[in-house]
Every structure is written in C-alpha cells, then in structure tokens.
Ligand binder design. Structure first.
Ligand code: AMP
Length: 490
C-alpha cells in the first residue's frame, strides 16, 4: 500500500483516465508475470502503476507513481518479490492534468462482506459524478477521486448474495466505458461494458489464465491468445476454469476506433485486426484520397510510422525517417502545462536534415489534437531546409472530446473544433493539410461506405460527436458540483 500523503482532490480537474489492465490467475510468480504484462502495456499509461496479488491467505499490494520499470524493475527494492501469490492483477494509469493523487492509483482494494477484492478499470464512467453524489449523501466515504471507486461502493451496497451478482448489480447502475479486471480470494473476473468500447483479451499460459488490455501483453510472457472478451461479457475465472456470462442487455457494439488510430500498440491484434495493418490501410486510403506531388514521405514518430508506410507505398513516393525521436522523453501529453508541453515537443523530436533539405515533404501523423505537436514539427522541418511541407493526418479532424476513457482536452482546446481545415493549415504553417474522411477511415477498416456508426460497430464520437452512451454527468453539470463538493471537503 502507498504511504505517500493524500494530495487534495483539487489537483484533479477531471477524472478521465485511459489505462491498461492485466491479470493472472493460477500461476507461479503471478506478480512478476503481471509486472511484465504491464511493462508491455506501458504505452496505455505512464503516470502510475500498481499490482495486487493474493497468496491464498492474504493480499499484497504495491502502487507507485511513474513507470512499471521504476516500480517493479531491477532497482525497485524487491517490490515484485514481495508480491507473493498465484493470482495477481495490475494497472497502468495514464496522465490526467493536475497533480497525481496517490489514492487514485489502481488497483483499488476494499474489504467487503464477502472478503477482499481488488479492482482495475480501463475506461471512463459517464454517470460517476451523479452516482457519487448520491452515494456521498447516503453516507459513503470516498477515498479517491476516480470514477472506479463508485463501482466499489455500489458492490458494497448491493443486496445480491454472490460476488458475481453484486458486480453485475453494480454495473447495471453505471453508464460509460469499462474494461474491468477484479481479483477476489477465489476468482479473477473480467468484464467489458455492453458497447465494448475498450479492449480486453483472454490468454493462456499452460494452466494459467490471463486477462489483458492488448495481445502485446500476452506476447511478452509467451502466453497464447485465446479470444477477445466480448462486449457485455463477464468472464469468471476460478479453480474450476473459465465461465462466461452475458448479464447485460444486448446493445450494438461500439469499439473505440481511436484505439486503431493511435492508442493500441501496433503489434497488438485488436478484435481480430492487426493494429499495424489497420494503420497501414488508413495511410494508403489517405494517399488515395488526398495525394500531393512530393519527394519524400516522413512519419511523425512513432505513432505516424505505419500510416506513413501505407501512404508511401500507395503513392509510390520514398519513405524516410526525416524526424528522429528521442525515446527517453515521455509522450507530449504528459506535460501538465502548455509551456512545458511546448518544451516537451522540442525535447522529443529533431529534424534529420540530410533527408529533408531541398525536398518536397509530406509529413504523416495519426491525429491533430491541440495542434502543438504539428506546429513545432513543421517549424523544425522548414528550419531544416524543406522546400515544401504538406501534412496528411490518418484520422478525421478531432472535433469532440472523448468521455469514454481517452484523455482528450476540452472541446475549446481542440484545434479542429475551433478552425476550418484551411485555417488549421495556416496556423500550423503547412503548404497543404488534409485529413482522411470518415468514409475513407471506414473503407480502410474494411467497412462498406455510408453505414451508420451503429452498423460499423465503432465509436467515432471524437470525429463525429455521435456519442453512443449517455453523457449524464456532462448534461447535468453534476461533475462541476461534485468537484466543488470534493474541493470543499479536502
Ligand atoms: P497535439 O499537439 O495536441 O495536436 O497532439 C497531437 C499528437 O499527440 C499526435 O501526434 C498524437 O500522436 C498524439 N495524441 C493524440 N491523442 C492523444 C492522447 N489522447 N494522448 C496522448 N497523445 C495523443
């Protein structure tokens, strides 16, 4: 358990988190396997990490700020060896703005009537503030500011008799996106929300069962991929094996398309599709839709690389690494303030003058959010002597915030929500700018054009504003009220 002091709730100006979850049931060194799994999922969250294990008698936990290697690596004072047991679950937490609150680091743990249970969550609940408000009024004492704790209290208050039924009862009351992994004294439980917004896969290593956000976390421990946990499915893994339940009303699947565009690791297979191949196909489609005469295609590393390869192959233009990334700096979004974020971009990328000077360059990136990265990179490529700089983006303009677990800024900070494409091109300083169309994106994903988002099976709310799950807290302003309540209380 952490010993750091509680940082006040004022530190968190929103509760969105995008994260990684991982779990092991029935295997020696479950804690060490979980540390490895979390290491492979580091891209999904770099702010904090934690593991809870169960050794047949008691639970053990370690949570801390920073990367998995800092908390569970060779120089972490034997944290992993203290995590004894044959079952374990773990979590990586993505950066949110504001101070890191130690009490928000997952797995959350609570002692219930039925015994201890740890819980990890990837996603974001859209009615958590409202539920929390009601629960606080009814006397619940919250320990953290994460939406996940709402689920803990709902489980504690459920009148159902079994643990599984209590979890289902709690989840019937929440709205939003969740891929959950829970650990009790007897079982590991994985659940995906009825829309299946965030990923969750089931794997196997001999007799050991694994749950993970992405398949790349199975690869690192040599586990085989069994299948995706389905939208609306709850898998209960215990000494008898794996039981599958579908306790939620059937709703159209709406998997987050941004997982393919940016968030998932390219070597993962997500819902049967290689993330790398999806990105290449999007790049190729982008070249067909918005080609431009040029000498060289340059990816914005690393997330733009597969799309740039697809673009270059389709366009028949050479691909070169015209920007070199320093891998020892975190992702730009991690920096908390705008001034530092600018600095972060400069620290992270450098133009490779030999590949750029005198060339007509097409820069390919996965997305433009605030526009900070693009502006700096274009400036850098021009300073390195490029003759023309064109930018092609492997997603439609990001015009809406995500409330389902991807940490996007508020709408008024999204460049595409404030400006037309031509205005963006002028602001970024490119000779031309184009985004893949939404139809082009679906074509690249193997979908027929003109289908509704429900038919496509994807959530594309960040590009279309079509939010498939009610935004109860946003619509009711409950969030604001709840935050002031928390600030006043702390
Ligand atoms: P910006 O400077 O705000 O336009 O950032 C855009 C860059 O951030 C793109 O190159 C993406 O690779 C990356 N990006 C997009 N969405 C996210 C996100 N939710 N979290 C972290 N990075 C992101």
């Amino acid at each position: 358990m952490t010993t750091e002091p509680y940082v006040g709730a004022e530190g968190d100006d929103h509760l969105n988190e995008e994260c990684a979850v991982f779990g092991v049931f029935g295997g020696v060194d479950a804690g060490a396997l979980t540390a490895l799994g979390l290491h492979a999922l580091q891209h999904r969250g770099q702010e904090a990490t934690g593991i809870v294990t169960f050794d047949g008698e008691q639970f053990h936990a370690h949570r801390g700020n920073g990367h998995v290697s800092e908390n569970f690596g060779a120089h972490s004072n034997g944290n992993v060896s203290r995590l004894k047991g044959e079952s374990a679950i773990g979590h990586n937490r993505y950066s949110t703005s504001g101070e890191t609150n130690q009490r928000n680091i997952q797995p959350l743990f609570a002692d219930f009537e039925f015994g201890g249970m740890a819980i990890c969550h990837n996603g974001n609940l859209t009615n958590a503030f409202q539920l929390r408000h009601d629960l606080v009024r009814r006397g619940c004492l919250f320990q953290s500011t994460t939406d996940t704790e709402t689920i803990v209290h709902l489980i504690a208050r459920s009148h159902q008799s079994t643990v599984d039924d209590r979890i289902v009862d709690a989840l019937h009351q929440v709205e939003g996106a969740y891929s959950l992994v829970c650990l009790t004294q007897r079982a590991m439980i994985g659940v995906r929300d009825p829309r299946g917004v965030r990923p969750l896969v089931l794997g196997r290593l001999g007799d050991t069962h694994i749950l993970a956000s992405e398949t790349c976390a199975l690869d690192i421990i040599g586990a085989e991929f069994v299948r995706d946990v389905e939208a609306g499915e709850m898998v209960v893994i215990n000494a008898e094996g794996v039981t599958s339940l579908f306790p939620f009303r059937d709703r159209p699947r709406r998997f987050c398309i941004f997982e393919y565009i940016y968030f998932a690791r390219p070597d993962s297979i997500v819902e049967g599709t290689s993330v790398y191949r999806a990105r290449q196909a999007i790049g190729a489609e982008l070249a067909s839709e918005a080609g431009v005469p040029a000498d060289v295609i340059i990816p914005v590393p690393d997330s733009g690389v597969p799309a740039a390869l697809g673009y270059a192959t389709q366009a028949g233009i050479p691909f070169d690494l015209g920007i070199i990334r320093n891998h020892y700096v975190g992702r730009t979004f991690i920096e908390p303030s705008d001034s530092v974020r600018h600095l972060g971009v400069k620290l992270k990328h450098n133009a490779n003058r030999a590949m750029v000077e005198g060339q007509r360059v097409v820069l390919v990136d996965d997305s433009i959010v605030r526009g900070t990265t693009s502006t700096k990179i274009v400036e850098m490529i021009r300073a390195a002597g490029a003759r023309e700089v064109h930018m092609r983006i492997a997603s439609p303009p990001t015009t809406h915030s995500c409330f389902y677990g991807v940490d996007t800024p508020e709408r008024d900070k999204l460049m595409a929500a404030r400006m037309s494409v031509d205005e963006m091109a002028a602001a970024i300083g490119v000779d031309s700018l184009a985004f893949i169309s939404i139809d082009g994106l679906y074509r690249a994903m193997g979908q027929a054009a003109g289908r509704s988002a429900d038919d496509s099976g994807f959530c594309d709310a960040c590009f279309t504003g079509d939010y498939p799950i009610a935004l109860t807290d946003q619509d009711s302003d409950a969030g604001t009220n709840q935050l002031s309540l928390l600030a006043a209380a702390s």
